[in-house]
Write a protein that binds this ligand. Sequence first.
Ligand SMILES: Nc1ncnc2c1ncn2[C@@H]1O[C@H](COP(=O)(O)OP(=O)(O)O[C@H]2O[C@H](CO)[C@@H](O)[C@H](O)[C@H]2O)[C@@H](O)[C@H]1O
Length: 468
Amino acid sequence: MNIIHISAECYPVAKVGGLADVVGALPKYQNNSNNRAQVIMPFYDNKFTQNNTFSSVFESELILGEDTYNFNILVLKDKPLDFDIFFVDVPLLLFKDYVYSFDDTSRFLAFQIAALDWLLTWHDFPDVIHCHDHHTGLIPFMLQESYKYEVFRNIPNILTIHNAQYQGWFSHNKVNLIPPFNFNNVGLLDWGGQINPLAAAIKCAWSVTTVSPSYMEELKSNANGLEHLLSAESAKCTGILNGIDWKVWNTETDTYIKKQYTEGSISAGKKANKKYLCDTFNLDIDKPLFAFIGRLVGEKGSDLFPEAFKNSLEKGNANILLLGSGNDAVEAELEKLKAPYKGIYNAFIGYDETLSHIIYAGADFLLMPSRVEPCGLNQMYSLRYGTIPIVRSIGGLKDTVTDIAEKGGFGICHKNTDVLEINEAIDRAVELYKNKTIFNKIRKQIMKIDHSWDASAQEYITLYESIN
Ligand SMILES: Nc1ncnc2c1ncn2[C@@H]1O[C@H](COP(=O)(O)OP(=O)(O)O[C@H]2O[C@H](CO)[C@@H](O)[C@H](O)[C@H]2O)[C@@H](O)[C@H]1O
């Protein structure tokens, strides 16, 4: 089966968050003697594109409303990845030093049109087109409705929702940017009076998946306005839990971390990484180290961090280290905590892939008090690195972390995203840290939990076969 993934992000080419990790891993695990998975993504101006060389395999023009843009399809000259990847280069629109900005309508529409225009020239069409998030959400609509793409009508397409909070809304004034279609069906584009690419994809895709079973259920009552649509379309919706890429996230081979380790050498390995973090960020090696890694946005509960961190740090029995960026006011509050809690608190405001690996390896606990968490990869990386997750039981966090109070439990769970519960969870973790026998036993236990992609990649294949 020939599978085409179309996405705005793909690790290691361009990563803003978990979408990149998934699209950078899933095709690797789908590629085998029966299946070939390939990726199409935009060509951005970033470190990866600056450090690699590309050649053009196709050149043409695309029409976006009244305007015409040149585009190229590029491939990598060397093959550093485990799957084929194609880059849509629309120099005037996509080639920027960022992935997302506040108005991406033309950029991502051009991307989607160029990708489909190029597919039209293929000798053998793909067996399935797999779209990810709203940036590719107009593809299922165009495949079904645009006259130009009529030859694709029988190709099954699926949409994976990694995050339903972002939907790519734009005004009906821009409807002429979409290649001509039967205007009687313009309603398929609409949700709440605007063009809503995510809603259009939910309506038109042959199948819709989310990245965990619990999130699929939760979306029916909390989907940023799409609740009724998701309930109505529930017959074609499934939750498939993300995996993690064990080729990248492996404590035995990870070249980013300061000391590699296995379950057998976990104590020495984690200690060396913790020491590096404590030396670098001026923290106390004798106290448990709590970490947060991620986007500082409401979904992650980050607006509660300043108060929650302050309360826990006041007790003087824990270190907190944060790596992330996002909301300006939250960033400023987090910076302010540095002076009063010098020696037990620090924050790196920014994005740093290497540091994130060292934190997963060196921290004792990882905080994830998310309000919304479609799957969450951080808790799975932390399990793999022997770092005990502290999570709010929601979405994928609920599906992957069991509280230590339950039989076989290995994490710390709380019900709500509020300051009190975050502080109580940290207190429980401080107590657990004191009991070294149980703490060490759990660290070894969690490293063995299998969240590799093998099973989930196969679940997607089974789904593609069922709609083919
Ligand atoms: N400042 C920083 N520096 C370095 N690395 C950083 C970083 N901030 C974040 N990261 C990394 O980005 C990734 C974040 O992944 P998540 O799945 O937790 O969240 P995200 O909300 O982006 O993804 C969405 O899509 C994914 C994939 O489907 C879902 O798991 C998730 O629930 C959903 O919200 C991890 O690899 C993390 O280490």
